[in-house]
Design a protein around this ligand. Structure first.
Ligand SMILES: *Cc1c(COP(=O)(O)O)cnc(C)c1O
Length: 355
């Protein structure tokens, strides 16, 4: 039975990518060797790393603009501290829009003063704060572009003279932005790019080398740039599958083309949430709704059992909301097809008919 995978992460990946990835495990590049058993320093693998880095910068429109793309380990969670290690001398400004921002703030506090410029904690993070000011003497400003757990998304970014570092784990490559506004962009692969195990970090080199502390090699972006993400053994499989996904995205027409599909998918689902009296959205302001993760609840919990049976019978997977929000969360990453959202919407309509 065809599954419709709405899982929040790890999550759906394009089928052609899965096919190529499984072939590479058995016989990579016709070498009669597996991708998993060759040296990461072989020409076959270094070509993969370079291609993945080039594609990432190309998709973001950041080639030849002073940026480097790295594929490192430790997940996005590692970057919570690595960003601060490399950039925080005195004081940094953070926007608190949910669980992942809270974790980023906690790590950064180990390195200096953290100013929370605004927070939506007062309403369990169901909106995106606006109209805050970023002190011009901050070392950097940090934000989370898409709040995977709560289903909010930043639709605009502040104008500021301080470097912006952004956790884009759950919406990178999903929508067009002026990426040159950011000095550091990072994203764990396992949402829009590939399997768990690697993190893409895109860093503008001119923000580095300004802190006075000594930085351990593994924590130092400059070391990884100098070694082209090969300071130690990279997560070869995760990098390879990320490269395949970035190739797939290119064939699809890049970010601007996939954004149109993503808009269609999210409009389809949100209009049903708004229309169907049995459902209600979690996010307070419609303009803050994420195109990647839609959070919603039943208006009457008595229908829970019936709804859960209906969507499971339709082949839908991963619809339960995060424990801190409850209800449901439909994650509609790049690889999820419009058809899958239609299946979910049909199930919601069916519940209404049967209720
Ligand atoms: C999933 C997620 C993370 C955590 O990523 P790990 O790779 O598990 O460390 C961080 N930030 C956001 C926005 C996420 O969605």
């Amino acid at each position: 039975m065809k599954k419709h995978n709405f899982s929040a992460g790890p999550c759906v990946l394009p089928q052609p990518v899965m096919q190529k990835a499984s072939e590479a495990i058995l016989n990579f590049n016709g070498l009669d060797l597996s991708l998993l058993e060759i040296s990461h320093r072989s020409t076959d693998f270094t070509a993969v790393m370079e291609r993945a880095q080039k594609l990432a910068l190309e998709h973001l429109g950041l080639q030849d603009k002073g940026y480097k793309a790295l594929f490192l380990q430790g997940g996005a969670s590692m970057e919570f501290l690595r960003v601060a290690y490399n950039l925080l001398e005195q004081k940094a400004a953070y926007l608190n829009t949910g669980t992942w921002s809270v974790k980023a703030i906690k790590e950064a506090k180990l390195f200096g003063e953290i100013l929370e410029v605004a927070s939506s904690k007062d309403q369990n993070f169901n909106y995106v704060p606006k109209n805050y000011t970023i002190p011009s003497d901050a070392d950097y400003f940090h934000c989370t572009s898409n709040n995977t757990i709560f289903g909010t998304q930043l639709k605009s970014f502040p104008e500021t003279n301080v470097p912006i570092a952004c956790d884009m784990s759950s919406d990178i490559f999903s929508r067009q932005l002026d990426f040159s506004k950011f000095s550091i962009i990072y994203a764990g692969a396992q949402k829009n790019m590939g399997p768990a195990g690697t993190t893409l970090i895109v860093v503008k080199e001119d923000v580095l080398g300004k802190v006075s502390r000594a930085i351990p090699s593994l924590m130092d972006y400059r070391v990884h740039i100098a070694k082209n993400s090969m300071f130690n053994t990279p997560a070869v499989f995760a990098v390879y599958v990320s490269m395949l996904t970035l190739e797939w995205l290119k064939e699809k027409g890049g970010i601007s083309a996939i954004e149109k599909v993503n808009d269609k998918k999210s409009k389809l689902l949100y209009s049903e949430i708004d229309r169907n009296p049995l459902f209600t959205g979690f996010v307070a302001n419609k303009e803050d709704r994420s195109t990647m993760n839609a959070t919603f609840n039943l208006t009457d919990e008595n229908f829970k059992e019936k709804f859960d049976t209906l969507w499971q019978d339709a082949g839908i997977n991963g619809l339960n909301g995060h424990r801190s929000v409850g209800g449901y969360r439909a994650s509609m990453y790049n690889a999820l097809e419009l058809e899958s959202v239609q299946v979910l919407v049909d199930v919601m309509k069916e519940l209404e008919r049967k209720a």
